[in-house]
Ligand binder design. Structure first.
Ligand code: FES
Length: 257
């Protein structure tokens, strides 16, 4: 079996001025994933390669990176599906590089937390000391099910052009999760949630590029979630600065023919 050419972007911000590529020759085997190839290179050719992984089965979201120019999970991408000859591994865009393929996801998780990714209830006594299960109706679950598949890999946020230009924009992952909880009929956090989203850097900054949905390895459609979130905000459940802007624009727009 032939070898695969593995090019890894190397960069240590503590010592390097700019990124460079290092090339490794990795013996190919059937079913080999990009993560397998990277681990072979790290274990047998160069111990200094930095990469992040855990589950090796597309569940933990740790191994997101740019592979041959496209955002993917390394453990969920076979070398053969890339043509089998050359693999180029680079860190995700829109995040600071800690070293080589490892990016800093601190702001990503902070934004996720800021939008309260959990059910909010006013009956805190019941939340802290539940007397029963909080069940969802199957039809209600159906509405949000795809958004629960998010593994927080960061690929959607890395692909987002708005995240690339506005560091305060929550990004598609956090916004899609906000939709998931806002539309959960058990949730009572509507106003708090909308106040957190309906800001100059909030939900309205999404221009519907759709790249987030194109790269999600779990089939989630964050772009859809964000548009549904806009509808929630527009429905007037709470004070809506964004809605006011929209109303002004609508009033100034020429009449529809
Ligand atoms: Fe867990 Fe790839 S190692 S998703």
């Amino acid at each position: 079996m032939t070898d695969v050419r593995l090019l890894v972007q190397r960069f240590d911000p503590l010592t390097d001025e700019k990124p460079r590529f290092a090339e490794y020759s990795v013996p190919k085997r059937e079913g080999m994933t990009v993560l397998d190839a990277l681990l072979y290179a790290r274990d047998y050719l160069d111990h200094s390669i930095a990469l992040r992984f855990s589950c090796r089965q597309a569940s933990c979201g740790s191994c997101g990176m740019k592979i041959n120019g496209r955002l993917r999970l390394a453990c969920y991408t076979q070398v053969e599906e890339l043509g089998g000859e050359k693999v180029v591994a680079q860190p995700m865009d829109n995040f600071e590089i800690i070293k080589d393929l490892v990016t800093d996801l601190g702001s990503f998780f902070a934004k996720h937390k800021q939008l309260m990714p959990y059910v909010l209830r006013s009956d805190s006594q019941e939340m802290d000391h539940p007397s029963a299960e909080f069940l969802m109706k199957p039809e209600e679950l159906e509405k949000v099910l795809q958004f629960t598949y998010c593994i927080k890999c960061g690929l959607c946020t890395s692909s987002c052009p708005t995240v690339g230009t506005d560091a305060l924009f929550p990004g598609p992952q956090a916004l899609a999760q906000a939709y998931r909880y806002l539309s959960d009929e058990r949730d009572e956090g509507g106003k708090r949630r909308i106040d957190a989203l309906d800001t100059a850097h909030g939900v309205w900054r999404c221009h519907y590029a759709g790249s987030c949905s194109a790269v999600c390895p779990k089939g989630v459609d964050p772009a859809l979630g964000i548009q549904l979130l806009k509808r929630h905000v527009m429905s007037g459940k709470a004070r809506s600065e964004g809605a006011e802007v929209w109303k002004q624009q609508a009033a100034a727009a020429p009449p529809l023919k």
